[in-house]
Design a protein around this ligand. Structure first.
Ligand SMILES: C[S@@+](CC[C@H](N)C(=O)[O-])C[C@H]1O[C@@H](n2cnc3c(N)ncnc32)[C@H](O)[C@@H]1O
Length: 272
């Protein structure tokens, strides 16, 4: 029997104490843009409620909460105890677990979300295992939606924020561009893999998933939001003209594959 997969300790530590994932999608304008767009893109594909959704790597349950509000039955899996506890406090059924070895039965969910695990699995074989598990637990013709961090997100982000001025950050970004990998401690994030759009689509297809639709979640305007918040100290509401512009740009550029490279996150929605 294969041994149970181990989540890298630096990832457990990052989400367990260094970083507050519970406010990532609400505390900044680019986070809110990610939330609004992920929600609208998923709603475009989801079957009508009620349907059963497995939220793998669901964190503290920000997406699970609106899905439950929409009438879906949601079950969340995450390896970080703090996330599982937060999800349960929000009224979401949640268990500790790993995307590579799910406890769910074959074909038991209408929709499986993998919005996070793929970018914390640095080895191709681990991502393949996570996608094979997502496919296994999804019913035939059900949906699998997987998120990735874009390969070019770091260069856009650090141009706007740290100005790529420190060698340490500059070199970490350079290595992400070349290899897709970020090793912990080099810049302010934990161990991560950054996908190209073609790489993400290829991984889903190799896992036996079809009819893959690809989206650039935040579109091309998210770095601008980060820069405005950083340089003005202002907290931008969703009715701020710059937020509305970034949202319009994201919607406008859906369907232009070249611009997938400009988004911070990629979302792939596929059918089993
Ligand atoms: C950035 S958060 C995303 C949370 C949420 N799904 C979202 O889209 O906002 C990444 C999540 O992946 C989880 N994660 C990391 N490695 C994982 C693994 N091997 N299996 C399942 N989840 C994992 C983390 O604990 C964290 O909750």
């Amino acid at each position: 029997m294969p041994s149970a997969p181990q989540v890298a300790p630096e990832i457990l530590h990052f989400y367990g104490s260094d970083f507050d994932e519970a406010t990532r999608l609400t505390g900044t304008a680019d986070g809110r843009l990610e939330l609004v767009r992920t929600r609208e893109l998923l709603r475009r594909h989801l079957p009508g409620a009620p349907a059963d959704v497995l939220d793998v790597g669901g964190g503290p349950g920000v997406h699970a909460a609106w899905l439950a509000g929409d009438g879906y039955g949601v079950h969340l899996v995450d390896p970080v105890p703090r996330h599982v506890e937060a999800a349960r406090r929000a009224g979401i059924a949640a268990e500790a677990g790993d995307a590579r070895a799910l406890s769910a039965a074959d074909g038991s969910y209408d929709v499986t979300l993998v919005l996070g695990p793929l970018y914390h699995l640095l080895e191709h074989a681990d991502r393949a295992r996570a996608l094979a598990e997502a496919r296994r637990v999804t019913r035939p013709r059900g949906l699998v939606a997987a998120a990735a961090i874009g390969r070019y997100a770091s260069v856009f982000e650090h141009t706007a924020t740290t100005l790529l001025a420190k060698d340490r950050v500059h070199d970490a970004v350079r290595d992400i561009l070349t290899t897709g990998r970020h090793d912990p401690g080099r810049k302010g994030f934990t161990a991560a893999y950054f996908h190209t759009a073609a790489g993400l689509e290829g991984e889903l297809r190799a896992a036996g998933l079809g009819e893959v639709a690809l989206y650039g979640v935040e579109g091309p305007g998210w770095g601008q939001l980060k820069a405005v918040e950083q340089y003005t100290g202002e907290r931008m509401a969703e009715n701020h003209s710059a937020f509305e512009a970034a949202l319009r740009a994201a919607r406008l550029t859906d369907g232009y594959p070249d611009l997938l490279a400009a988004a911070s996150h990629l979302l792939a929605v596929a059918r089993r």
